[in-house]
Ligand binder design. Structure first.
Ligand SMILES: Cc1cc2nc3c(=O)[nH]c(=O)nc-3n(C[C@H](O)[C@H](O)[C@H](O)COP(=O)(O)O)c2cc1C
Length: 346
């Protein structure tokens, strides 16, 4: 029904508008008696077999929703009904920011992909905090945080630390986004000295809290092996809890969409099917190089349940989807869960 009817209708709208329509519909469902229950009944699938304990958190299943869909942390309890075992909200920055001018999101249907240069538009950590205080999450929440675009990289540590301090008691884990290709120079935070500075600030704020909150780092798929080695080393010596691999790519290779169309779009991060092999290789490399010591959440181009399995085989402990959810629809998490369960039984 989604692919035959709803998706063609939604794809008539510009992507950012379609996104708002879907999230708006989820909001409306809150006020229709029994609707949330029905959605939950349709899309949620419980499975003892797939429960997983990782960095002190018990995940009901390993399929998560990646960052960027619920940027402000407004829809987590609606999205919780769609069968995800966890989700990321954000990226959130300490201060609200508008992001890049529109248009900033495009579909490449022939490639089952998206290109975005949203630029981390969000209402800021305090806005999310307000919602989190009012509405207790019914799903495991990772807060994906980043620095404000105007904050120089040299002072980025303060931004990450500020957001962590504010959100500490209200989310389950943190993801440091240092890899978004759509904020000027942000991915340079993945370099040796800069990253150490960020991690020092983060460790400082965590030290003063009694309860543990896992901290993961989200990396780019566009790094060389040498750059990845530095990150793996820093992650291990600084006691990071894991890596989210990967963010979107700057690469435009292997696309079927006409070159003219792709060039006209310009800069931005590519997600979806063309990203899969690159992310898979990154997951495999991190897993091998860290001797399996760094838990990995795989994100990047998972468009079928089988690709979710391949990420797990490559060393991922959990997986996340975004573009696959847009193309495959609300039953996507449930389908992956069903597939993984079958695979476990074998
Ligand atoms: C429109 C859009 C917005 C995104 N915003 C963020 C973001 O704010 N922070 C972040 O860490 N990743 C963001 N991402 C990246 C996704 O979380 C994910 O890592 C990436 O799209 C690869 O997964 P996919 O191929 O399943 O989409 C965004 C992706 C898209 C398509």
């Amino acid at each position: 029904m989604y692919k035959l009817l709803i998706r063609p209708l939604l794809f008539l709208f510009p992507p950012e508008q379609a996104h708002k329509i879907v999230l708006g519909a989820l909001k409306v469902a809150r006020y229709i008696p029994g609707c949330r229950f029905l959605i939950r009944l349709m899309f949620r699938r419980r499975s003892k077999l797939l429960e997983k304990e990782l960095f002190g958190i018990k995940f009901p299943n390993p399929v998560g929703l990646a960052a960027g869909l619920d940027k402000n942390g407004e829809y987590y309890n609606d999205l919780a009904n769609l069968g995800f075992g966890f989700m990321e909200i954000g990226s959130l920055t300490p201060l609200p920011q508008d992001g890049n001018p529109t248009p900033r999101l495009w579909r490449l249907p022939k490639d089952r992909a998206l290109i975005n240069r949203m630029g981390i538009n969000n209402r800021g950590v305090r806005s999310a905090l307000q919602t989190l205080k009012q509405e207790h999450p019914k799903i495991i929440i990772g807060a994906n945080i980043s620095k404000n675009t105007d904050t120089p990289n040299e002072e980025a540590g303060k931004d990450y630390a500020r957001s962590i301090a504010l959100l500490y008691d209200f989310v389950d884990f943190f993801v440091l986004n240092v890899s978004c290709p759509n904020v000027r120079d942000l991915d340079r935070l993945q370099g040796d000295n800069m990253l150490q500075q960020v991690l020092d600030s983060v460790k400082e704020v965590i030290r003063y809290n009694e309860t543990a909150r896992p901290v993961l780092l989200k990396v780019s798929p566009d790094m060389s092996r040498d750059q990845l080695d530095v990150i793996i080393h820093l992650a291990l010596i600084n006691g990071l809890d894991g890596i989210v691999a990967t963010n979107t790519t700057r690469s435009r290779s292997n696309l079927v969409t006409a070159e003219k169309t792709v060039t006209a779009i310009g800069e931005g991060g590519l997600s979806g099917a063309p990203l899969f092999e690159k992310s898979l290789e990154t997951v495999r490399y991190i897993h091998a190089k860290s001797n399996g010591l760094l838990p990995i959440i795989a994100s990047g181009g998972i468009m079928t349940p089988d690709q979710a399995s391949r990420m797990m085989d490559a060393g991922a402990s959990l997986i996340e989807v975004y573009t696959g959810f847009i193309y495959e629809g609300p039953a996507f998490a449930k389908r992956i869960v069903k597939h993984l369960k079958k695979r476990m039984k074998k």
